[in-house]
Design a binder for this molecule. Structure first.
Ligand code: RNT
Ligand code: ZN
Length: 421
């Protein structure tokens, strides 16, 4: 598409939107303010760099597929992130896991320090990006028995508590260095495959462990704590210690952030409907935008009805200042950079669609009890020329328009990824 075509299409689209009371310039300006926290772990199938051949193991999560070219070192992962970020309009954030530490020789997880993340921090700073952080409670011998912060074994539990404490300090150091609060999110895999007899003990221990981890007061301008619930995982089908009720209660009582992962509920349950509920009781929420297919499969985020509904809730409810948007998917069966670009562009695109909604008109129809008009308009809105505004937004942000990004990913695959063996 030529610049002229993109501009012409935009001009016509903006007039159509104006007729419905929507200012496309304002929508694009609002969109530019939103930073999506792009997860590092799509780039190497959640392996991390603790050892040369580190791989995701246990934890009830899986990256299936064997697509060639995954990042083998932190430098390669940063190169790949650079490529992906070039193809996504806007300034975003990086979400890092503790297993992506860069150490001279093995440093145990309970001994990790901010200095092990200096290269990441410098990289983000140079790009004007913020960062978020996660303790890693999986892919570790001390997690093999299926219980970490809720383990009955005192040594195991203490080890993971120390890891949590270390990670919060790292989060605070990141936030301070980058001048933007780092959301440090606790997710643990604890649970059991078959019916447990004791559901109570592990939950009591988890509550105590969290209290110990969060005991140290950290400046909220540097670090914000989040806790992530889950319904079930592979190998934890019958019982997950950190369930929704558990963490919702914990977050409310202790005023931490609550993390809602789109794949962590019953398959017919959606997080878009939870946002306006939980934000009555906690100040801020972290989202893990993901796409479960039949289970918490962490498929690449596509422009589904639910993705759109999540974005609509954030915009309609004026929640963007209270909701941190993180992504959580890992597909090893396709080009990993393409996966990042598709998923992240879709998140941004869904926000644009929400910002282009003639919400005032829809609200009026609803307030007047005109549900016929509301339904009719909601359907009409679906085929307004949002694509023309999106193309224009991408162009203005010096990112490829339409499928042009794919050509760049293919060229990078040819020049860089295919040389990794
Ligand atoms: C697992 C959780 C968790 C992880 C990442 C890697 O079910 O969703 O957020 O996916 O921390
Ligand atoms: Zn998640």
């Amino acid at each position: 598409m030529t610049t002229e075509t993109i501009e012409k299409a935009y001009e016509i689209a903006s007039r159509q939107y104006a007729d419905l009371g929507v200012d496309t310039e304002k929508a694009m300006a609002g969109l530019a303010e939103v930073a999506v926290s792009m997860h590092c772990w799509q780039g190497d199938d959640v392996g991390g760099f603790e050892t040369a051949d580190a791989e995701l193991s246990g934890g009830g999560i899986q990256a299936t597929g064997n697509y060639p070219g995954k990042a083998r070192t932190a430098d390669e992962l940063r190169d790949d992130l650079d490529k992906a970020l070039e193809l996504i309009p806007g300034t975003h954030r990086l979400n890092l896991h503790a297993i992506y530490a860069e150490t001279q020789g093995r440093v145990e997880r309970d001994e990790l320090q901010p200095e092990h993340f200096t290269k990441w921090i410098d990289w983000a700073k140079a790009k004007g990006m913020g960062m978020d952080f996660n303790p890693s409670y999986f892919s570790h011998p001390k997690a093999d028995a299926g219980f970490t912060l809720s383990a009955a074994d005192d040594d195991i539990r203490a080890f993971w508590i120390r890891h949590g404490i270390a990670c919060r300090r790292i989060g605070a150091a990141i936030g301070e260095a980058l001048g933007s609060p780092c959301v440090t999110n606790v997710w643990i895999p604890d649970g059991s495959k078959d019916t447990p007899v004791d559901r109570k003990g592990p939950r009591q221990r988890l509550a105590r462990s969290l209290d110990e981890i969060f005991a140290e007061k950290l400046d909220p301008r540097h670090n914000l704590d989040a806790v992530e619930c889950k319904l079930f995982g592979i190998g934890s089908e019958s019982y997950v210690v950190g369930s929704h009720e558990f963490y919702m209660g914990y977050a409310m009582k202790n005023q931490t952030l609550l993390c809602l992962d789109a794949g962590h509920f019953h398959p017919t349950e959606v997080i878009s409907d939870k946002i306006s509920s939980v934000l009555n009781w906690v100040d801020e929420v972290l989202l893990h935008v993901s796409r479960g297919v039949r289970w918490d499969s962490d498929h690449v985020v596509t422009l589904t009805d639910e993705l759109r509904a999540i974005a609509e809730e954030l915009v309609r409810g004026d929640y963007l200042g209270r909701v941190h948007i993180g992504l959580d998917f890992f597909d090893a069966s396709i080009n990993r950079i393409a996966a990042w670009v598709i998923g992240t562009r879709n998140m941004v695109k869904a926000l644009l669609l929400a910002m282009l909604e003639p919400t005032e008109m829809l609200r009026k129809l609803e307030a007047d009890g005109d549900y016929t008009g509301r339904l009719a308009m909601l359907e009409e809105v679906k085929t307004l020329p949002a694509g023309a505004v999106w193309d224009y937004y991408c162009m203005k942000n010096n990112t490829p328009v339409g499928t042009a990004w794919l050509d760049e990913v293919r060229a990078y695959e040819n020049d860089v990824l295919s040389k990794r063996t």
